[in-house]
Design a protein around this ligand. Structure first.
Ligand code: GDP
Length: 327
């Protein structure tokens, strides 16, 4: 533990095109790592055990960030439960088994804060995992992710394989999903406020009551923690990664409105669900290891907004607002 990883070590980032994987690649490159190994889904299907094993046998990566997963919101989860369970289980099983078999020095598996019990005490400590029933709408995804954590722990226990698991809180940042039907609240509100401002709309409709509290972590902070922990953490206990503070949805909406420069009204749509009243991770173990989040929410929203306005989500004349708000 605590040994510097050679800058020329071969590091496989599985899932490099997603929100988290792309941030980890940026962080590794900024830190001077020169030998990143990536594959698109078309080049390597992580659900194909044989292909994954051949890949590891040939490429021989030394370190692995396993952040590839089938992800989606409440609607996708409940429509395609078999796909969520099967694909995530297959990715985890294939990558962890091949990594161990082909001598990977260390593997980091990305869990999620949404796999803790639905009614977990707040702030959520790592040991609350598997201490109560899950949120039924995403239990397929949660069961698969919990199996991934258990696989990592089992390989560590039985074979001495150095596998660690991170439990990130709600993430946001560049390359997030801004599709209003599928996205999480932060990107959804960036898009809604931006379009309302552009179209001169007098009000923006925000879901729920505004009272639930959520914690948000910029994905560049997560990537920084991921690289830090690859160096400095080697234990079977999953580790929460968050900023340690939360904010109400009303507070978040006000902050995003201010960043975007929208001056109209916020209207609360009480027909939409609030979800769990609070979701905050206890990050005392992470802080004790010497890492704390660095990107302030206001600053993170500003840079994410800047990314959004220059992204494919904002095309000339395109708007989702009219259809979405009347839906
Ligand atoms: P959760 O953390 O799993 O509940 O996921 P979300 O990010 O989807 O929702 C967080 C909170 O934001 C909930 O209380 C939602 O009702 C609220 N919210 C307000 N407006 C929106 C929106 O436009 N999209 C989403 N996804 N959530 C919204």
């Amino acid at each position: 533990m605590d040994k510097a990883i050679d800058k020329t070590s071969c590091i496989f980032v599985a899932g490099h095109r997603g929100l988290v994987g792309s941030a980890i690649c940026r962080r590794l490159m900024a830190a001077g790592f020169t030998n990143l190994l990536v594959r698109t889904h078309a080049e390597l299907d992580l659900c194909d055990a044989r292909a994954v094993d051949l890949f590891f046998g040939k490429q021989r990566p030394e370190y692995v960030f396993l952040v590839a997963a089938k992800v989606g919101g409440i609607l996708a989860n409940s429509t395609y439960p078999a796909d969520f369970l099967r694909e995530n289980l297959a990715i985890e099983l294939n990558v962890i088994e091949s990594a161990w078999r082909h001598g990977v020095k260390k593997l980091q598996f990305m869990g999620s804060s949404c796999i803790y019990p639905k009614m977990a005490e707040q702030p959520i400590r790592e040991e609350y995992l598997l201490s109560g029933p899950l949120e039924p709408t995403n239990e397929w995804y949660a069961i698969a992710k919990i199996a991934g954590i258990k696989l990592a722990q089992a390989y560590r226990h039985q074979y001495g394989f150095s596998a660690i698991c991170l439990m990130p809180t709600n993430l946001y940042g560049p390359y997030d999903n801004f599709d209003l039907q599928r996205s999480h609240v932060l990107p959804a509100l960036i898009r809604k406020f931006h379009e309302a401002k552009k179209l001169g709309m007098p009000e923006v409709v925000v879901w729920g009551s505004g009272t639930p509290r959520r914690e948000f972590l910029h994905v560049d902070d997560l990537a920084d923690a991921a690289v830090y922990l690859m160096h400095h953490y080697d234990d079977g206990m999953p580790l929460n990664v968050g900023g340690g503070t939360d904010i109400t949805i009303a507070g978040l909406a006000a902050l995003i409105g201010k960043t975007v420069g929208y001056e109209g009204k916020i209207v609360w749509d009480g027909t939409k669900p609030d979800g769990t009243p609070r979701k905050l991770l206890d990050v005392s173990r992470l802080n004790a290891l010497g890492w704390t989040a660095g990107i302030h929410l206001e600053q993170g929203i500003a840079s994410t907004y800047e990314w959004f306005v220059n992204s494919r989500w904002v095309e000339k004349g395109a708007s989702s607002m009219a259809t979405h708000q009347s839906a």
